[in-house]
Each structure stands twice: as C-alpha cells, then as structure tokens.
Design a protein around this ligand. Structure first.
Ligand code: NDP
Length: 280
C-alpha cells in the first residue's frame, strides 16, 4: 500500500481563498479584519514567523501591524502596549510571538491579552473554554490538524486517536479537540511505556514531539491516518517526527513535512482573525 498524501499546502491555499472572499465582504461592511503581532527582541526564527504572518494577512486583505520591541523592554511597558491593542477597534486579533526574552513573564503577558482578541488561543480563559466545550479561540496548529483531518474526510467519531506529545501549545489542545469530536483519545509522552504498541492501536496517529523519524513503520497500523506535526532540521533539511518514506508504505493517509501541518498554522491564524472581525 502507498499512502495518499494529505496536501497541507493545497488545503491551506483553499482556506486562504475562502477567507479572501469573506474579507472582501467584511471590508464592504466597513469591518476590515485587523491583526496585531507583538515581537520582542531579535530571535531570528520569531522574525521569520512574524514576517510570514504579516505577508499572509496582506495577501487576503487583512489589516496587520507589527510592534517590534527591544529585548530590554520592561514588563510594564509591554503590558501597556497590550492594553492599548485591547482597546483598539481596528484590531480584532492579537498575538505576542513566543518565546519572550528572559526577564519577561510569559504567562502574565498572555493573560493580559483580551480573551476576545486572543487569536493564538493561549489565554487561560480560552484554554478552559476549549476543555468545557464553550466557544473560544483554539491554538492555531491544533486547529490546523483537525481541519486537515476533516477536509481529508476522515471519520473521527468513535475512532481511536493516539496523540504523542502533551505540550500546552500542540499536544493538549489536540487531545481536547479530538475528544470534542468524539474520538477515543490516548495520550503518550516521554514517560509512556511501550510507545510503539500504543501507536500501533491508532486509527489516527498524531505526532508532536520534535524527534526526527521517531515513529517507525512497524508502529503504524496498516490503513491508519498519520499526522506529523514535528519540524526538525537534519543536515539542513526539514523532516518530521515520522519516518515518512517507510511509514507511507503502510498508512492510508499521511502528511508530509514540509507541506503538511506547517502551512495550516498561519491559515488558521487568519481564520481566527477573520472570524473575530465577523463577530465584532
Ligand atoms: P515540546 O517540546 O513542548 O513537547 C514535546 C512533547 O513530546 C512533550 O510532551 C514530551 O513529553 C514529548 N516527548 C519528548 N520526547 C519523547 C519521546 N521520546 N517519546 C514520546 N514523547 C516524547 O514541543 P511542541 O509541542 O512545542 O512541538 C512539538 C513538535 O511540533 C516540534 O517539532 C515543533 O517544532 C513542532 N511544531 C510545529 C508547528 C507547526 O507545524 N506549525 C507548531 C508548533 C510546533 P513530556 O511532556 O513527558 O516531556
């Protein structure tokens, strides 16, 4: 068997086109969606992500503004900026690019963002809403994972989903989202015994660890759907957490790295911003 590829780049492209139409309509109604991104310090990876986010906004007609602050900014000044953006009617979504330089209190900063503008879905209120089933923002990468599975028309309800990784930004929200879709969810992490056996139970295997090629062919049930969230750089090339070449001989559907989950993250950020403007 050779797995069918779930083409995240193409699906993200479809989502962006759908959003561009929605933005056009909102602009006609005088409600252009607006996203503010706060970047502190000069972490090169963060700078790249922020540039990509800004360009993606421009492409679909979303207003965007980047606030670049020096690493020495005080906590108080950073919180003042967030207060200002919370009040700004042009801004429907806001995010602070993580990680923050040392000396700044990440959780205090995230908690200061208005939950109604928290497009990253990291505010404790939105985390709680996700778990108790309320409406709120969902972290973008996990939302992208669910969207990929749904757009590939993979049934979720009643299926066995195994999630490897339990971080606050990927693993835990993925668990919550698939539970909400009535999957039977198993969570694995660095202390899990018999990880291979756990993975081999999965109808849908979602891996978010950050270890190149961790998941081998014999960890995957024939016909399973495999979603690889991992991004690792090996010899200058990007690879996932799944041994793609061999696993794709047994899986029915698989996401590549790059071009799988990656492009979905920004698409879902745009969607969250447009949805927030539509609700405003
Ligand atoms: P973290 O490092 O925060 O979490 C990694 C998780 O993997 C932890 O829960 C850890 O377990 C678990 N883990 C570590 N080693 C093993 C192992 N040998 N076996 C089983 N579980 C293990 O990473 P993130 O969740 O932030 O990111 C995960 C991956 O996803 C990374 O490669 C990252 O680059 C990528 N990523 C991709 C995004 C995208 O596509 N846009 C966005 C965000 C992340 P424990 O909790 O026990 O320590």
């Amino acid at each position: 068997m050779t797995a069918r590829i779930i083409d995240g780049k193409a699906i993200a492209g479809e989502i962006r086109s759908e959003l561009a139409l929605q933005v056009k309509q909102l602009v006609k109604e005088g409600r252009r969606p607006g996203l503010a991104v706060v970047l502190v310090g000069d972490n090169p990876a963060s700078e790249v992500y922020v540039r990509m986010k800004k360009r993606a906004c421009e492409e679909i007609g979303v207003y965007s503004v980047v606030h670049s602050l020096p690493a020495e900014i005080t906590q108080e000044k950073l919180l003042d900026l967030i207060d200002e953006l919370n009040q700004d009617p042009k801004i429907h979504g806001m995010l602070v690019q993580l990680p923050l330089p040392s000396g700044l209190d990440e959780s205090a900063v995230i908690s200061r963002i208005s939950p109604e503008k928290d497009v990253d879905g990291f505010h404790p209120l939105n985390v709680g809403r996700l778990w108790i089933g309320g409406e709120g923002f969902v972290p973008c990468t996990p939302a992208g994972v669910l969207e990929l599975v749904q757009r590939a028309e993979v049934p979720i309800s009643g299926k066995k989903v195994v999630v490897v990784g339990r971080s606050n930004i990927v693993g835990k929200p993925v668990i919550s989202l698939f539970l909400r879709e009535n999957a039977t969810v198993t969570v694995c992490h660095s202390r899990t015994e018999n990880l291979a056996e756990e993975c081999a139970q999965a109808d849908i295997l979602i891996v978010a660890v950050g270890r190149p090629h961790l998941v081998k062919k014999d960890w995957v049930k024939p016909g399973a759907v495999v979603i690889d969230v991992g991004i690792n750089r090996v010899d200058g090339k990007l690879v996932g957490d799944v041994d793609f070449e061999n696993v794709s001989q047994v899986a029915a559907l698989i996401t590549p790295v790059p071009g799988g989950v990656g492009p979905m993250t920004i698409a879902m950020l745009l969607k969250a911003t447009v949805d927030a403007a539509a609700r405003s």
